[in-house]
Design a protein around this ligand. Structure first.
Ligand SMILES: NC(=O)C1=CN([C@@H]2O[C@H](COP(=O)(O)OP(=O)(O)OC[C@H]3O[C@@H](n4cnc5c(N)ncnc54)[C@H](O)[C@@H]3O)[C@@H](O)[C@H]2O)C=CC1
Ligand SMILES: O=C(O)/C=C/C=C(\O)C(=O)O
Length: 480
């Protein structure tokens, strides 16, 4: 697939004429080229967005809403192709792309098509002062959206949909590791009647294209999802320019299991929360803490269940674990398996690279379970972002809470218990942006989504996203 930038409604090659190889993680081969865009391409995109802004920001909400709905419908119409392309580009099982990634991308547009018609601002009567205040919510202008490779179209659209619904024009960059569905989205947007310049997609590396977006003085807000180190780098550039920032970063999420939970439900969900998408979701429960009286039983049942997961080519319908996204990422994840041995962790299951028949050079790794004796090891403190979980027993509620909060991250936590008081105590005291009780990754798009501590700044989702992509302006009217 020859991927091009989408700027001002045109499909164009990068100004430099340079291209980057795009790899297929299932076999390690180069299968396409993407633009190696730089400042000059970003400049063109900003000019197009700036020009489109005057008209787009003045359109009616119904007009915008209808275009977003068209995009959503077209994503669903093209679901089989989009799922196939996503699975090939990322290495994720086709079933996941079909059932989760692509439907969610459509829902993102459908949700914000409706949300923008319900979004309202506030009025305050200043009683006794003979004045009324009302607040306008105006689009920010040209905004930047930068997304990662783990849920490519799902997260790309999670940013773009609210941004354009709120009347902004966008310069967006998908990950250079998984650019393909963003390219297909540009074709869909054109077909859906999105005016030229409202969405501009510039492909390229983080250090050049991404950095050019973040540094551009005319881009007034940046919405970013990715690693914590990159988030810090972005903040360092954007904050002194007084840009609005929404940073959704890494996680090291605890999965806390009490003996009084619904055991079978917990076990099945824990397999998913550990290894869905090869463990490459910022919400995966990578640290499992289990109450000591069921620890040995959990250990053996968990190993049995994980052993049943089928590692295979992403395009096969019965594959549960596909390929990791890139060679570099595979090497990073594998290095933690070696580290576990140095740190005194005990390998309970997995730990080896897998050679899938006919695809021996693909980036496959066994789902891996490591028993640790301390939460202070690097395995429990650093985001691995792959198919590795640690398990460890705990004695009391206080111990579990302390272990859960003992990390620099604060994205999500999962709690398994049927005790209401415990549920409330943990929900109040867990230092995370999201707490799931007796479930995992149940998503309602109206809810605030994001993390505390080094997991990020700001919240996405629902009206939070529309607030981020608008600037409040208060008008105070005095009357006699
Ligand atoms: N949602 C999450 O929590 C994610 C976390 N990660 C974590 O980050 C680690 C590194 O993975 P990467 O692929 O390198 O993620 P990354 O955070 O560097 O990449 C995410 C996006 O940011 C862009 N980017 C990179 N450097 C940039 C810069 N200086 N300015 C602007 N944009 C920039 C990338 O091109 C990509 O589009 C992973 O091993 C994982 O631990 C990675 C992806 C998603
Ligand atoms: O919005 C969601 O449902 C999920 C978001 C997941 C991430 O941001 C991630 O894995 O990076």
């Amino acid at each position: 697939m020859q991927i091009k930038n989408y700027i001002n409604g045109e499909f164009i090659a990068p100004v430099s004429g340079e291209w980057i190889d795009n790899y297929n993680p299932s076999n390690g081969e180069v299968y396409g080229k993407i633009p190696n865009s730089d400042k000059a391409d970003v400049e063109q995109a900003v000019l197009a967005a700036e020009k489109a802004f005057t008209n787009w920001s003045a359109t009616t909400l119904d007009y915008r809403s209808n275009i977003l709905k068209n995009i959503s419908d077209l994503i669903l119409e093209n679901l089989p192709e989009l799922a196939e392309v996503e699975s090939k580009d990322n290495g994720k099982p086709i079933s996941l792309a079909k059932e989760i990634d692509i439907p969610r991308a459509a829902s993102n547009f459908q949700f914000f098509a409706n949300a923008i018609t319900q979004f309202s601002s506030e009025a305050h009567e200043s009683v006794g002062l003979h004045a009324v205040n009302f607040t306008l919510r105006e689009p920010v202008g040209v905004v930047g959206c930068i997304s990662p490779w783990n849920l490519p179209l799902y997260l790309f659209t999670w940013k773009i949909a609210p941004a354009i619904a709120a009347g902004n024009c966008v310069v967006a960059k998908p990950s250079e590791v998984t650019p393909a569905t963003a390219f297909l989205l540009s074709k869909i947007c054109e077909k859906a009647g999105l005016p030229k310049g409202v969405l501009n997609i510039v492909h390229g590396l983080g250090s050049t294209t991404g950095q050019a977006i973040v540094s551009h003085p005319k881009i007034k807000a940046i919405s970013f999802t990715g690693g914590t180190k990159t988030g810090a780098r972005i903040a360092k550039i954007a904050a002194p320019m007084f840009k609005k920032l929404s940073l959704e970063l890494g996680g090291k999420n605890p999965n806390i299991v009490f003996a009084d939970c619904n055991y079978d439900k917990m076990l099945a969900t824990t397999v998913r929360s550990s290894f869905a998408n090869q463990g490459q979701i910022c919400l995966c429960g990578s640290r499992i803490f289990v109450e000591e009286n069921i620890y040995e039983k959990f250990k053996s049942d968990f190993i049995d269940k994980v052993a049943q997961l089928k590692i295979g080519h992403p395009s096969k319908n019965d594959t549960n674990i596909g390929a990791l996204v890139s060679k570099e990422h595979l090497e990073k994840v594998k290095s933690y398996i070696d580290l576990a041995q140095e740190e005194g962790g005990k390998l309970l299951f997995g730990g080896k690279r897998v050679e899938v028949d006919n695809y021996e050079n693909g980036y496959y790794l066994q789902p891996t379970i490591i028993e640790v004796s301390t939460n202070q090891c690097r395995l429990n403190q650093e985001e691995i972002f792959g198919p590795i979980v640690t398990i460890m027993p705990f004695k009391t509620d206080d111990d579990a809470l302390a272990l859960a909060n003992d990390t620099k991250y604060g994205l999500s936590a999962t709690l398994w218990t049927n005790n209401l008081n415990r549920t409330m105590q943990f929900s109040k005291q867990l230092k995370t942006g999201i707490v799931w009780v007796n479930t995992w990754m149940l998503r309602d798009l109206r809810t605030p989504f994001g993390g505390q501590k080094e997991s990020g700044v700001g919240r996405e989702g629902g009206f939070e996203a529309l607030r981020f992509f608008t600037e409040p302006k208060n008008i105070c009217i005095k009357y006699d």
